[in-house]
Write a protein that binds this ligand. Structure first.
Ligand SMILES: C[S@@+](CC[C@H](N)C(=O)[O-])C[C@H]1O[C@@H](n2cnc3c(N)ncnc32)[C@H](O)[C@@H]1O
Length: 311
């Protein structure tokens, strides 16, 4: 896929209906030969829309006016490029806990949670947040996570968590001002509710910092898994991570996690974990697949606001 196509597809499938500003920005980039040529000098993983848009937000540049955005990136390319090369998309979306909860609640409690690709570890606190599945409310913390659940009964409890740990190539620290600003910059312009949610979840993590280990999800998973306490159900999970991992390493991870004495929950794009006989997704926009121990269960909206169980 060319870079122009990547931006056009992002506009149509990811930003449409979620962020008119990013839809327009991505469409504008898909037609701008100069910026496309500059993006093509970067490694493939650094060309993605979310990364340059977040960098421009981080630098205080314009992200709601396509002409101003193109002018800013042209005038400031060297600093934009430097930040693109130094940073990665590490969007940490605590609302994805609302996708995990229906599965976590069915497992033998207490749980030992091990998240790979944890970013700042905000999804390691599913027991501390509150949830609203339509009229059904669970938990009493903050943030309150809204999720439209179709085709299954909502969970009736938050999990009991005996241990939690995360693994990431570059763990972020919500108490570090630059990391906190980067996490905010990764949120799309109109999504003030997501900024507020991030702030609320960051307060939870700051009050009880999660154990985050710098490492790779293949090389360093066994050692961290071995630290989980006996007597708790070990759950290895990841949400929106494997698209960042090369295909051969993805398979190595899947083979590894299947061999661990653990349950495995994934919320990933079907293009990165293949499943047979998936039903059609409930809409045109991007949907990930929620799976337990390799068995696909439901379509999940990327930012955690809807879960459609397979019939
Ligand atoms: C898009 S973020 C998602 C963060 C979090 N899972 C969430 O859903 O909010 C992907 C994370 O995966 C991490 N990551 C990518 N490749 C990795 C690898 N090989 N080993 C460990 N972490 C990795 C990145 O550093 C990044 O923090």
């Amino acid at each position: 896929m060319t870079t122009a196509m990547t931006y056009a597809e992002f506009a149509a499938r990811e930003a449409a209906g979620e962020s008119p500003a990013y839809e327009q920005l991505a469409t504008a980039v898909s037609h701008d030969a100069r910026l496309l040529a500059r993006l093509d000098t970067l490694p493939a993983a650094k060309r993605q829309p979310n990364l340059i848009f977040a960098v421009v937000q981080f630098l205080g540049g314009p992200v709601t006016d396509p002409a101003a955005f193109l002018e800013f990136t042209a005038a400031n390319w060297s600093v934009v490029e430097e930040h693109i090369r130094a940073r990665a998309t590490q969007t940490n979306e605590p609302a994805r806990c609302a996708l995990l909860l229906p599965v976590l609640a069915t497992l033998p409690q207490p749980l030992a949670l091990l998240e790979v690709g944890a970013s700042a570890g905000l999804n390691l606190f599913p027991d501390r947040y509150a949830y609203r599945y339509g009229e059904h409310r669970i938990g009493d913390g903050e943030p309150v996570l809204d999720c439209t659940l179709t085709g299954a009964a909502p969970p009736d409890r938050v999990p009991e968590v005996a241990w939690r740990a995360g693994l990431d190539l570059n763990p972020l620290d919500v108490t570090d001002p630059a990391d906190a600003r980067w996490l905010q910059a990764l949120i799309w312009p109109e999504q003030e509710h997501r900024r507020a949610r991030l702030r609320a979840a960051a307060r939870v993590a700051a009050a009880d910092p999660p154990h985050l280990v710098r490492g790779d999800l293949v090389d360093d998973l066994p050692a961290l898994a071995a630290q989980a306490p006996a007597g708790a159900t070990l759950v290895v999970f990841h949400t929106s991570v494997l698209y960042q991992v090369p295909a051969a390493r993805r398979q190595a991870f899947i083979d590894l996690v299947r061999g661990l004495p653990a349950h495995w929950i994934a919320v990933e794009n079907p293009s990165v974990i293949a499943h047979d006989n998936l039903p059609n997704p409930p809409g045109e926009t991007l949907h990930n697949v929620l799976s337990l121990d390799g068995k696909p269960l439901a379509w999940a909206r990327a930012h955690g606001d809807a879960l459609t169980w397979f019939g």
